[in-house]
Design a protein around this ligand. Structure first.
Ligand code: NAD
Length: 519
């Protein structure tokens, strides 16, 4: 979405219930009542009550519940895959990515939370505070609202629920209206393992999401830039923090010394995985002129051979349906706009040979930055490829975007790849790889520019962001030095206090010796 088309309006509350349809053929799967603002407030009250005890039991006890949820996800995998396939149109292998990555993130934060949350004890930095013990405590924001999109119905909620719960917060999850079933099942799983009532899932559309923003102490949002802006504005009004993980237009830079077959394979999986509906999908490709022709020839040939269709056994199909018919229309618009402006479609043509929300993997060449497909988030299985003169041109074009989520760089020279990474205006870069940052909770995953505010993951920071930091001072040594600043004032105490500070921070004899030299 271009920046000027973004609106920041929060919709009026008129939703009563909504339907979930299969992306594969459009059939109705479920009809679900939408949570009203009263439902949201009631849930928030219950969660806040339960949160106190949840915080009090400490990270080791919390970890036992969260690891039990990890077990539940693995035990229930076939059922969860069925649900994800039904509501999101995924092939089974893409759905299985979610259970694996979700279990991993649950284990990551459960096992490390105790260390991450440990109070820090920084050393006093000057003579006046030398006798003090300094401490930084981490106390959770009591209620975290997690609002998620439809492209990863399990992994994205778990990626934020895991650190928020381990921080000691309670969580109110509002999944996307297109794909609420997996998330509702996750909420049921939390009850089934006998965990405290600190995780609830409420279904609904944008108006339910807006009610969540109004009820919580911290908003963790993943979704489009337009909605992120609206939520950021509301959070500012309420003076609550928010973390916004938004859209992207991720560039792939293929330099002249790249391993071409690997780069082609990376472009394919990076651009087509999950039918291209990944925030960090490869959305545009810049290939050095020296290797452009072999790269494009191999890419088109391999894209044309990808197996697309519904499946029941993981590994039998490669490309699923698009999860939302509205997204199909956007992809077709982008391809149509590109072709009208002179692009050539080498394979795919942005359509597929069946009813439902299907788009065939599509490779385009002769594209340029006047086209929507190179500027706006397409979020579909498209790979527009552009020839570039050299590294500088590739970097300039990669940075010519409103977005700044992530990027990939392909070169046999690892150091060169890391050097190019530092020139890119994005929150993450994978060298000779795709998506690895997304499954690396030790790294921050956050967008720059219109791609977001804040970041998820990032080791300890991924958990501490759900906390408020509390500084505590207490006496360590029996000293009256701190009273130098207290009443009663006297010229002697005044000189002594100034001397203490000047001794610690001053420079030059004049400043050290004559506290009032500059009067
Ligand atoms: P969306 O913004 O339309 O909806 C996301 C969620 O916000 C849904 O649950 C929706 O019901 C809710 N919502 C809508 N209006 C709201 C409001 N006014 N207040 C509160 N909640 C509201 O996004 P989408 O179409 O579901 O998801 C696709 C987008 O998500 C893409 O732009 C994609 O790039 C982005 N995304 C980003 C990341 C990331 O980590 N950066 C990950 C996945 C997807």
């Amino acid at each position: 979405m271009p920046a000027d088309a973004m609106t920041a309006t929060v919709p009026a509350f008129d939703q009563v219930d909504f339907e979930v349809h299969s992306p594969e053929d459009g059939r109705l799967i479920a009809s679900i009542p939408a949570a009203t603002p009263e439902d949201v407030q009631r849930a928030a009250t219950g969660l806040r009550d339960a949160q106190r005890e949840w915080e009090a039991i400490g990270p080791a006890a919390r970890a036992r519940h969260v690891l039990r949820l990890r077990d539940w996800v693995l035990d229930q995998e076939p059922h969860l895959l069925d649900l994800m396939q039904a509501e999101a149109g995924k092939v089974r292998q893409d759905a299985a990515f979610e259970t694996a990555a979700g279990a991993d993130v649950l284990a990551y934060f459960a096992r490390r939370a105790e260390t991450f949350l440990r109070a820090r004890r920084p050393r006093p930095h000057n003579l006046l505070t030398l006798g003090k013990a300094l401490q930084v405590n981490h106390r959770p924001h009591p209620l975290v609202g997690v609002i998620t999109p439809w492209n990863f119905p399990l992994f994205i909620p778990l990626g934020d629920i895991a650190p928020a719960l381990m921080a000691g917060a309670a969580v109110l999850l509002k999944p996307a209206e297109q794909t609420p079933l997996t998330a509702l099942e996750l909420g049921r799983g939390w009850q089934e393992i006998g965990a405290p009532d600190v995780l609830r899932v409420l279904a609904g559309a944008g108006d339910t999401g807006a009610a969540v923003v109004d009820a919580v102490d911290y908003v963790q949002f993943t979704g489009s830039t337009a909605t992120g802006r609206a939520i950021g504005m509301r959070a500012a009004e309420r003076l609550i923090p928010c973390s916004l993980e938004l859209g992207g237009k991720d560039p792939m830079i293929v330099l002249e010394d790249a391993d071409v077959p690997r780069a082609v394979a990376g472009a394919l999986w990076g651009g087509i995985f999950n039918a291209g509906q990944v925030c960090t999908s490869v959305e545009r490709v810049y290939v050095h002129a020296d290797i452009y022709q072999p790269f494009v020839t191999e890419l088109a040939a391999r894209a044309g051979k990808l197996r697309q269709g519904p499946d029941t056994v993981a590994g039998t199909m490669e490309v699923g349906a698009m999860s939302d018919p509205r997204q199909v229309a956007i992809v077709r618009d982008h391809v149509g706009d590109a072709v009208a402006r002179g692009a050539r479609v080498l394979t795919g043509a942005g359509t597929a040979d069946r009813a439902g929300s299907w788009i065939a993997p599509t490779v385009l060449v002769d594209v340029d930055h006047s086209m929507r497909i190179m500027q706006e988030e397409t979020f579909g299985p498209t790979l527009p490829v552009m020839r570039v003169r050299d590294e500088d041109e590739a970097v300039a074009l990669a940075n010519d975007s409103a977005y700044g989520l992530s990027a990939t760089v392909w070169t046999r020279d690892r150091r060169r790849g890391e050097r190019v990474a530092r020139r890119l205006e994005v929150g993450a870069v994978n060298v000779n790889d795709v998506f690895t940052n997304v499954i690396s909770p030790p790294l921050p995953m956050g967008g720059w520019r219109d791609s977001g505010l804040g970041a998820r993951y990032g080791g300890a920071q991924g958990l501490l962001r759900f906390c408020r930091a509390q500084g505590v001072t207490s006496p360590r040594l029996a000293t009256r030095a701190d009273q130098l600043l207290w009443y009663p004032y006297s010229p002697g105490k005044s000189r002594l206090a100034a001397a203490f500070v000047r001794f610690a921070v001053g420079r030059g004899r004049r400043r050290l010796a004559r506290p009032e030299a500059n009067r």
